[in-house]
Design a protein around this ligand. Structure first.
Ligand code: GLV
Ligand code: MN
Ligand code: MN
Ligand code: MN
Length: 428
């Protein structure tokens, strides 16, 4: 396909920006927290509504819809050589508590608009084109990120651990899935696994979630690699007791152990020697959670990332040593130190990078090669398919908060680059 590059509505190759924005706003209304924030957690009623909404659009576009056991949703436009590996795109629509309306959503609704514009322009795919809405990119409910894509990439480890996984209300993964309409036998998780040649390429469109593109005034980021994420759960246990009656020397405060560990995470990260190492304690819970009771239990969740896997692993090791030392010094029990995931980074594929670059050039859009510090389903799709990602600017780099924003113009640029990239790869 040859785009004419002007993108004006005089040509059939235009983005319906108003329609896309309307869909983004509608989807944002399926939220468990008040606007402008969005909260949409896996298998909740709002998640089910969002799924129905996405399938509705897929239907309108004439895509054939498939849902796998955990609710990954695939909308396929069959190509003239349907036996060849397909060209896929997609992202997620689950949203962490009190986040914004663009993270993931731009990569699903924008992808559907890319398909729509290719259809309008009369394009005929050779390889099938597919839009995927991944189940639970965010770790909110069950603590595991990229649940859908991790399984698609064949994670036996995850298939096994899901049998014992519960959320913080003690609801099991399978019960939650069932209540969202995905009733399955644990063995069916294996049906989610994909084969290595199912896809010829996978491309994800996403807001940058960082400030670089906006600051430099560049319209498109061509992602070359995704940083390596890890997450850890830690629990300390002490004796607790009365906040007035137990004197300080007699205490073993599990809360203070957690606080000390949080500071140790920061210290080890800062001492890594690289600005690329980041660490966050985003969850810190104390039991029983009463002002006049010494915490007898604490629960800490730690997120550590780096573009250098070894350096990140080194931080994890130091955090573990600190947890052991803190528990000794404070006389508390380190009852859990569990690495939930410790993923390697992923590289984009040269073939996808050059297709994205070609598309940006054809559209006269300045682009920049860059890394993704956030993780994405692409991290796992890269295990089974050549992968690439397209970033667009977002306001001040904000993400995972309600102030997240991407302009209609920037989204339209991303949609066009995605459409041209997919069209090009479809004909290869
Ligand atoms: C995904 O949302 C991430 O935390 O990078
Ligand atoms: Mn996110
Ligand atoms: Mn995302
Ligand atoms: Mn993400």
């Amino acid at each position: 396909y040859r785009g004419d590059g002007d993108g004006g509505s005089s040509s059939p190759f235009y983005v319906d920006s108003d329609g896309l924005q309307r869909q983004i706003d509608e989807l944002a209304s399926f939220s468990d927290s008040p606007a402008p924030s969005v909260t949409r957690v896996l298998y909740s009623d709002k998640d089910v509504q969002a799924r129905r909404y996405i399938k509705g659009i897929m239907n309108q576009l004439g895509l054939s819809i498939r849902e796998d056991a955990v609710g990954n949703i695939f909308g396929r436009w069959e190509g003239s050589e349907a036996g060849l590996g397909a060209v896929a795109t997609g992202s997620h629509v689950d949203a962490i508590p009190f986040s914004g309306k663009y993270d993931g959503v731009v990569g699903v609704l924008g992808a559907l608009e890319a398909i729509s514009m290719l259809k309008r322009s009369g394009f005929q795919p050779k390889r099938s084109l597919e839009v995927i809405m991944f189940t639970s990119e965010e770790p909110t409910r069950f603590g595991i990120s990229c649940l859908g894509s991790r399984l698609m990439a064949g994670s036996e480890e995850l298939a096994l651990s899901l049998k014992e996984t519960v959320d913080n209300q003690n609801v099991s993964f399978f019960y939650a899935a069932d209540s969202a309409g995905y009733k399955m036998h644990p063995e069916e998780l294996h049906n989610v696994f994909l084969k290595k040649d199912d896809y010829f390429a996978f491309i994800e469109l996403h807001i940058e979630q960082g400030p670089i593109l906006e600051k430099e005034g560049i319209k498109i980021g061509v992602v070359t690699a995704i940083a390596a994420p890890a997450s850890i759960k830690v629990e300390f246990e002490g004796n607790g007791g009365h906040a007035g009656a137990v004197l300080m020397p007699a205490r073993n405060d599990a809360g203070l152990a957690a606080a000390e560990l949080a500071l140790a995470v920061e210290k080890h990260v800062l001492e890594s020697g690289s600005i690329d190492t980041v660490g966050t304690v985003g969850i810190l819970q104390l039991h029983p959670g009463a002002i006049n009771s010494i915490p007898s239990k604490s629960h800490v969740e730690i997120d550590v990332r780096d573009i250098d896997e070894k350096r990140r692993n080194n931080v994890i090791e130091k955090v573990h040593q600190s947890a052991i030392e803190i528990s000794k010094n404070r006389g508390v029990v380190l009852s859990e130190f569990k690495i939930i995931n410790q993923d390697p980074p992923a590289l984009s594929d040269k073939s996808v990078i050059s297709a994205m670059e070609f598309a940006a050039k054809q559209l006269n859009l300045e682009y920049k090669l860059m890394i993704s510090r956030a993780y994405h389903d692409s991290l796992f799709m890269a295990r089974i398919s050549p992968m690439g990602m397209i970033f667009i600017p977002c306001y001040k780099g904000y993400s995972h908060k309600p102030e997240e924003y991407a302009s209609p113009e920037d989204m339209a640029n991303g949609v066009k680059v995605l459409a041209l990239t997919m069209a090009r790869l479809s004909l290869q």
